[in-house]
Design a protein around this ligand. Structure first.
Ligand SMILES: [Fe+2]
Ligand SMILES: [Fe+2]
Length: 315
């Protein structure tokens, strides 16, 4: 029998009150060991304890991937659950899917596979007025390979929704922002994973990721100008001293202006080994007061209102 492959899930993508239809494993000494079998009770206390430890060490057999997706789909659409619980299941389960998307070597397939992730988020936002607020407030601010892309995508959808984008535009926004750093595929992993500031040569290579990204997206059929702009223009800034083209103000595509804000915001609020994360409001106040001229003022204003409302909601 061929050896089974496994994929990683986050324990918080499960509803503790609903047993699963698939087995769950933990990895101990390089071996996959049963943690729960299909139908076992999940025990809320245990899940809470494990998730506090930041445990990302749960796995499901590849052959159960569809069963996992069906389980998640049922829970996210289970109207007897609170919006916050459903938002958590949606957000946490999206990580497994995003990981699958980004690990695909072919960018075109990856983009196609990303469609259901984005449509689920857009649909969730549409169904429940508080849906997006919950998705945003659940951001864990920890650094995990694909957290950044998914969080930037969630924030960008929130901001785009707040300034009145249509569902069709939101789908574009979601995909464009999810793939904004796709060019980092062509930057050496030593540079991407370096724990500390980059030297000049490393920085030079890092700064080429918008360019690399554009080249990767360029030949894909159906890719829109807006999606390319999210990738190629997200490090431009209003003052004209960004990179790679030094575009100014309105020359920058509106969706790329959104990603410029959400990308910086996520970087500031994320825990990396060499920086202390700022709280959401601290980060945005800093961006507003110290970096104001770099961003579209209307968008900064909208982002501020979103986060301010979230703070009130959390109280
Ligand atoms: Fe970037
Ligand atoms: Fe980024």
């Amino acid at each position: 029998m061929a050896e089974d492959n496994y994929f990683r899930i986050r324990i918080n993508s499960l509803n503790p009150d609903k047993s699963t239809t698939f087995d769950i494993f933990v990895l101990i000494n390089q071996k996959y060991v049963h943690y729960k079998r299909a139908g076992d009770n999940l025990e809320r206390d245990q899940i809470e304890k494990l998730s506090q430890k930041g445990s990302d060490l749960f796995f499901v057999k590849e052959s159960d991937r569809q069963a996992y997706k069906n389980y998640v789909h049922d829970q996210v659409n289970n109207s007897s659950l609170e919006t916050k619980v459903r938002a958590q299941i949606l957000r946490e389960s999206s990580f497994a899917l995003v990981e699958e998307v980004f690990e695909h070597p072919d960018v075109e397939t990856a983009l196609n596979n990303a469609e259901p992730i984005i449509s689920n988020l857009v649909q969730f936002m549409d169904q429940d007025p508080d849906g997006m607020a919950h998705l945003i407030s659940l951001s864990s601010h920890d650094f995990y390979t694909y957290n950044h892309s998914l969080d930037v995508s969630i924030y960008s959808l929130g901001l785009a929704q707040a300034v009145g984008y249509s569902d069709k535009e939101l789908e574009e926004m979601g995909k464009g922002s999810l793939f904004h750093d796709i060019g980092k595929r062509n930057v050496s992993p030593d540079i991407i994973c370096k724990n500390g500031p980059l030297d000049d040569v490393e920085w030079e290579q890092m700064r080429r990721h918008p360019d690399f990204g554009l080249k990767l997206l360029h030949e894909i059929p159906g890719i829109t100008e807006a999606m390319k702009a999210c990738c190629f223009e997200h490090h431009e800034n209003f003052l004209g001293n960004g990179y790679p083209q030094q575009l100014e103000g309105d020359e920058i595509h509106p969706m790329a202006r959104i990603v410029a804000i959400t990308d910086t915001y996520d970087a500031m609020t994320t825990k990396r080994t060499y920086n202390k994360p700022m709280s959401p409001i601290e980060a945005l106040t800093f961006m507003k007061e110290k970096l104001e001229e770099r961003y579209d003022p209307d968008l900064i204003h909208a982002m501020h209102s979103i986060l301010f409302d979230l703070e009130k909601m959390a109280k």
